[in-house]
Design a protein around this ligand. Sequence first.
Ligand code: ADP
Length: 629
Amino acid sequence: MAKKQFKTESKKLLDMMVNSIYTHKEIFLRELISNASDAIDKLYFRSLTDDGVGMNHDDFVIRIDVDKENRILKISDNGIGMTKEELENNLGTIAHSGSLDFKSDDENQNENIDIIGQFGVGFYSAFMVADNIKVDTLAYGEEAACHWESSGADGYTIRACDKEDWGTVITLHIKEDTNDEKYGEFLETYRIRELIKKYSDYIRYPIKMLVSHKQKKEGTEDEYEDVFEDETLNSMTPIWKKPQSKVTDDEYADYYKSKFADYEAPLKVIRQSTEGTATYTALLFIPAHAPYDYYSRDYEKGLQLYSSSVMIMDKCKDLLPDHFSFVKGLVDSADLSLNISREMLQHDRQLKIIAKALEKKIASELSKMLKTDRENYEKFFKEFGAQLKWGVYSSFGVNKDELQDLLLFKSSNEGKYTSLKEYIDRCREGQDKIYYAVGETVEKIAMLPQVESVIAKGYEVLYLTEDIDEFCVQILQNYDNKAFLNVCTDNLDLGDEEEKAQLKEANDKSEELFKFMKEAIGDKVEKVRYTNTLKSHAVCLSSEGSVSVGMEQILNKMPGAEGQNIKAQTVLEINMEHPIKEKLLSLFENDKEKLTEYSKILYAQARLINGLSLDNPSEISDLICNLMA
Ligand code: ADP
């Protein structure tokens, strides 16, 4: 029979497995049992709506069989099985489930090995201990069973076979012992028992194995014989049902990593058990990093839903609000009916009560983390902060009271993260605004002329670097009775009355000059005027109205914005104290042509200072060269 080749990525992984120097080869058993349990879950789900299955929860079982002499270890399940096509797809390719970022070849081997340990790599991990693997499987609803076989990286074969019952049998031929590695241990009852206790104790289906006991031979006084008896090796107690004091952080982390396909331990574990209007236990995890598809449409939020320890739904969306969509975990409630259909669930009153309570709990745990574990909170915020800000912005701000104290922004206070409350605590006396500025990076914002001048006056400025930031503060409007204010807008008003009057007078006097300059620059600016807020720079850009220069950029980048050409009302501001002022006035009297060129150059400079690109770089460069020559 022709051998089929594994897909390239899978082949690399397989090579790593076959030649693995990884010390925790034992995890292979956890991986195979977890696959078996998932397959049973799938058939069990089916049985809830499909009478054809004809099985109850108690009928499902995972079996381990050992034939020491022939070095055979079998793991069987009576789950959903695989069709020929599924065999081909699932075991010929790495399933791209979860966040297995496959490390490239040039990275060092140790790192690769670490990924194996932390994440587990499913089925293939069996090649760490076996030199030949056979899979016999019959998919639910299929007539024909299939046999898959492989001895490693050189490929696999698939053919038809005989198998009566639904489910899958994985047959491993365990590698011969070497001087360094005693693979034979995986054929020993005590070792298998130990591994199942360690990794698979909570599996909700019995894992059974024939175990021998010494028993007195009937009719004899002191003669013993070996009697084989089925023993269930796992306690089947789900981790969330064990007393909290009996579960270590490592156990939670292991559970999270294997159930939610993450290679990193969670930043926080949240457990909640309540009785009352709703009786439930929740076990929630805040991941340490965002899944690769988190900020895409493909990401599906949701918690697993259990009814008395039996899973009834894998991703129950209604249990999590969008702004906490990063939370992973499960809810187990005896109040929910087992046969509940998905549509009914959406309207379940009980579910709504649970969802509300969970939302509150998550918010309070995050708030606690912010107060007591700043380092981890900032780590969390780097990954998921944008989602919280989005949560403030969406639905017209209905969640802002819940979320505003969880927000962090970078600020001129040493460029560090600050919460709004901390900003307020540092406010100068009489300060009634929360100043902010928008830009690509903290460094670029810090260099904005308006920012420099506001800081020089002794105020702190929030540095908004993410697309969502300014939308978020606009929805918030104010915090602790202080309004948010973009320092690059015409509303910035830091001078005293006398200064204001001077500014107004100067502006009035130069009205004609500004009209001319605006004409020269074109409709890219709404107007030109003096400012008294700049420290050293000659010019800067600001805006009038609700769309700032930063928002203009973001809005036009958004999908669907093509052609809409959303515009900020941009203002070119000229430093009233700068010598350029006199120069412009004199050009207005004597050399309008030069003034046209100057206007264009000044506008270009203001764009550059604000971190914006030029539409006409070669024209500007020529103009400057003309001046220089
Ligand atoms: P993962 O479990 O992370 O998806 P695996 O390599 O362990 O990756 O398994 C690949 C796929 O093969 C599984 O997603 C599942 O669809 C299928 N599979 C593996 N073992 C079984 C089994 N015992 N019964 C049914 N399907 C299985």
